[in-house]
Design a protein around this ligand. Structure first.
Ligand SMILES: C[S@@+](CC[C@H](N)C(=O)[O-])C[C@H]1O[C@@H](n2cnc3c(N)ncnc32)[C@H](O)[C@@H]1O
Length: 374
């Protein structure tokens, strides 16, 4: 089994390279309107944003930035298949303009934009980001009534195009069964508050680069891809950045397409690609280890589990988990500029594969050595 991954360095406002109805799932995080680190990007999108800031007109700046994003959302709606999902990670912003401090509710603006374009909003996820910084509180300290609660969460908005996806052929149904999650993962992942992403491995890219690129943790797209698509599907990230969604798709045995305007990211992406086989297989091993620990604890507290997984022979809670199987990565090959291919082992055993081929010289640098030329 193989998957293909393609990066186009182009503007996501017009995804000419993508056919209508060709994408099963979109997972992305755009530049955040009204968050200072993205101001310059929005000014290049539309020079009127610069004028709005000069005039300290927050409402106008907010709307102009979202008009730009709306063009990308139009394209997302066009390229999605009927029954496909879009998951948008976004945070709100607070800002003082004209001596006026206020919230700019990005999540509400994007929710209403997708809704108006005809997609169905589904229950969203709140990603709780814990911060222990003592200076995190805003406003008048302990004096009422001029203090503001801190923003310690972001959203993952979830939408579906059209009605429920159907699985009509025997092969479709087999792929779906094969892509099942563990029962205990379902309970955690399908909860509407995610608290625990911090512990997930997210150190593939140097911390400074992650911060400057606004990268999300690997676990975020990895979960969403496993929750809203099946193996062999195609996942799109129109704001690819350091490539996190693409790597999550590789680890989850999905194909992917990434759009990114800034070519400087290719070096960081190649560097991560150099270790994707081991990284993904470690991630799969960790899921298996966690299931084994869950089973051990469950046997002690609640007695035997009802079903047995036919690939691994371990107990599972639901009949639907019987065919669940992970595909260990066997090799990773860079087949051309922005083109990557992953081959998967047919065996469930995770061996120490490590054959990443054709990675550029720059891709062999350690993550710590990399700095974006931005
Ligand atoms: C929040 S970051 C995405 C980070 C990504 N999720 C990751 O894990 O690295 C937004 C990305 O959008 C890119 N971008 C900005 N304008 C764009 C445009 N018009 N088309 C495509 N990408 C764009 C930026 O260069 C940046 O990498």
């Amino acid at each position: 089994m193989k998957t293909n991954h393609r990066i186009f360095f182009q503007n996501a406002k017009k995804m000419k390279t993508l056919k209508s109805g060709s994408i099963d799932l979109v997972v992305t995080s755009p530049p955040y309107p009204m968050i200072e680190m993205w101001d310059e990007v929005f000014k290049t999108w539309n020079p009127k944003v610069k004028t709005a800031f000069k005039e300290e007109d927050g409402n106008a700046a907010f709307e102009l930035m979202h008009h730009g994003l709306d063009m990308v959302w139009d394209e997302v709606v066009r390229v999605l298949k009927n029954g496909g999902f879009a998951c948008i990670n976004i945070g709100d912003a607070v800002r003082t303009l004209h001596d006026h401090f206020r919230l700019y509710p990005n999540h509400a603006r994007i929710l209403s934009s997708f809704y108006q374009k005809g997609l169905s909003p589904l229950p969203a996820i709140i990603w709780r980001k814990q911060t222990n910084a003592p200076n995190k509180f805003m406003g008048s300290g302990v004096l009422p009534a001029g203090a503001y609660v801190t923003l310690e969460h972001e959203y993952v908005l979830v939408f579906r195009k059209g009605g429920k996806r159907t699985f009509d052929t025997v092969d479709d149904r087999a792929d779906r069964q094969n892509s099942a999650l563990f029962w205990e993962e379902r309970n955690q992942w399908f909860s509407d508050v995610w608290m625990d992403l911090k512990g997930a491995r997210q150190d593939q890219v140097d911390k400074k680069v992650r911060k400057r690129s606004g990268a999300f943790p690997f676990e975020l797209p990895y979960r969403l891809i496993n929750m809203y698509s099946v193996k062999g599907d195609t996942v799109l990230d129109p704001f690819l950045g350091t490539g996190t969604s693409m790597f999550a798709a590789m680890a989850a045995c999905r194909n992917s397409v990434g759009i990114e305007i800034d070519q400087n990211f290719s070096e960081v992406i190649d560097a991560q690609f150099g270790s994707i086989v081991n990284f993904s297989n470690d991630h799969i091993s960790e899921r298996l280890r966690r299931h084994e620990a869950f089973v051990k604890e469950r046997l002690q507290t609640k007695g035997p589990l009802k079903y047995t997984n036919c690939h691994y022979g371990f107990p599972v809670i639901m009949n639907q988990e019987k065919n669940l199987m992970f595909n260990p990565l066997q090799s990773a090959d860079k087949t051309g500029a922005g083109c990557f291919e992953i081959a998967y082992s047919e065996e469930t055993e995770i061996k120490n594969f490590q054959q990443t081929k054709n990675v550029d010289k720059s891709g062999k640098k350690s993550f710590q050595q990399l700095e974006l030329k931005m």
